[in-house]
Design a binder for this molecule. Structure first.
Ligand SMILES: Cc1cc2nc3c(=O)[nH]c(=O)nc-3n(C[C@H](O)[C@H](O)[C@H](O)COP(=O)(O)OP(=O)(O)OC[C@H]3O[C@@H](n4cnc5c(N)ncnc54)[C@H](O)[C@@H]3O)c2cc1C
Length: 395
């Protein structure tokens, strides 16, 4: 079998369907494919996302994929200090990704894209020194898919970009290992997400409870992937130490989260890499859905321009624009993560204690400068040269 499209998009998670929808809307032929027999399943996600993405990326606010509306977050230090950031309005939602991803693909199909589940990209096709398409397996049948433009939106395990000659290498330290139960859990305010920090709780990362219901949540952990113990070990320890029954488990997810080492060159000739495949993830909390949407939006803008003007060199503008905008922002976030990585449990206790007494509204607005200012005023910070120099690294 052999097919021909203007664009082929490998991977129908978050970035892929956004691109396929935008390219189809502009009138070009596009194929979106995913190796999963059911797009969206299984999920590998805590499913939390900001409320802002729905308007920003033109995604319907559809109750079918919204489990719960969230009004803020509660942070817990190792010594038991708490910082609650509660908003009057809904600030985010916990999705049902099995439905959300499928619906994103459905919107792409509705806009005119072809969509094929259970279709796995195996390799790129090279012709006359150029990438002419991809070799795939569609329901066990081999197929050659020719396209002018190829998009690697194939997630953290991406191999299409690498096969096309894009350097996607990052050392193990730039990844977190995560382990998550969707489970029955009681006793936590279901209107907030809950995050626990501490070097004995989750080395470099955190434990999360993201409520999907009054008494059901994604309960997970992310830790540095080069740590000698496993994420599962730390999650089970946390459940035990907090007296949370661990035999009410509805689903188990294991995953790897890129937390830095963003891919530098996002385009090679006619091949683009987007989303987790390019490690376009917030390195502080490991969330990457909004980032995949943003990168997908920028990439699709330049794909459409390149097709309109029949000039594939315009695709390079995706690299440029991403690095000048979201890339720049994420580099700053990475700098913050590198500092927080060095915090001791005593630092975490002190900082959360100080912030809980500071101007919560300013802190809740996510203004890093306000956070640093509040911390720098405290005598226990002023009197510690180490703490001062850590915080000054952030200014
Ligand atoms: C445990 C965990 C919790 C997380 N929690 C959050 C959270 O709460 N909020 C948040 O914003 N982010 C979270 N993330 C990150 C988020 O899931 C990703 O950043 C996001 O899904 C990236 O979207 P994507 O489109 O780049 O890739 P993906 O969503 O991973 O999609 C890639 C798709 O490509 C397909 N694919 C791969 N290889 C091939 C192939 N060869 N052929 C065909 N198809 C292929 C896969 O089947 C998959 O469907 C979490 C991640 C993990 C692991």
């Amino acid at each position: 079998m052999s097919w021909k499209y203007d664009v082929v998009v490998v991977g129908s998670g978050i970035a892929g369907p956004i691109i396929a929808r935008n390219v189809a809307k502009a009138g070009y032929s596009v194929l979106l494919l995913d190796k999963k027999p059911a797009i969206g399943s299984p999920k590998q996600c805590a499913e939390g996302i900001s409320i802002r993405v729905f308007d920003k990326y033109d995604i319907p606010y559809d109750k079918r994929f919204i489990n719960r509306e969230i009004y803020g977050a509660k942070l817990y230090s190792p010594g038991g200090y708490e910082l609650e950031l509660r908003y009057k309005e809904v600030s985010g939602v916990i999705l049902e990704r099995k439905v959300f991803d499928k619906m994103l693909a459905h919107y792409a199909a509705r806009a005119g894209a072809d969509v094929l589940a259970r279709t796995e990209a195996l390799d790129v096709i090279r012709q006359d020194g150029k990438i002419a398409g991809i070799r795939a397996k569609h329901e066990d049948e081999p197929v050659e898919i020719y396209a002018d433009i190829i998009v690697a939106a194939d997630g953290v395990e991406s191999m299409i970009a690498r096969k096309a000659g894009i350097n996607t290498y990052a050392p193990p330290h730039e990844f977190d290992s995560s382990y998550e139960y969707e489970m029955l859990i009681e006793g936590f305010d279901p209107d907030l997400i809950h995050l626990w920090f501490g070097n004995e709780i989750a080395p470099r990362g955190y434990v999360w409870v993201f409520p999907k219901d009054e008494d059901r949540a994604n309960v997970g952990i992310g830790i540095a992937s080069d740590h000698p113990e496993t994420a599962k070990y730390y999650l089970n320890k946390w459940l035990r130490e907090n007296g949370i029954p661990s035999r009410k488990i509805l689903e188990i997810n294991v995953g790897v989260v890129p937390v830095g080492g963003f891919v530098k060159e996002l385009v090679k000739d006619n091949v683009l890499v987007v989303g987790d495949a390019a490690r376009q993830v917030n390195p502080m909390h490991g969330g990457g859905m909004a980032e995949a949407m943003e990168a997908g939006t920028i990439a699709s803008k330049w794909i459409v321009k390149a097709l309109e003007e029949e000039n594939l060199s315009l695709l390079q503008n995706y690299t440029k624009e991403w690095w000048e905008t979201d890339g720049k922002r994420l580099e700053k976030v990475l700098k913050v993560r590198r500092v927080t990585e060095k915090l001791t449990d005593e630092d975490l206790d002190l900082f959360i204690q100080i912030l809980s007494g500071a101007d919560a509204e300013k802190i809740a607005s996510g203004d890093y400068a306000e956070v640093i200012k509040a911390l720098l005023k405290h005598p226990k910070v002023l009197m510690s040269r180490r703490r001062l120099s850590l915080l000054k690294e952030l200014l």
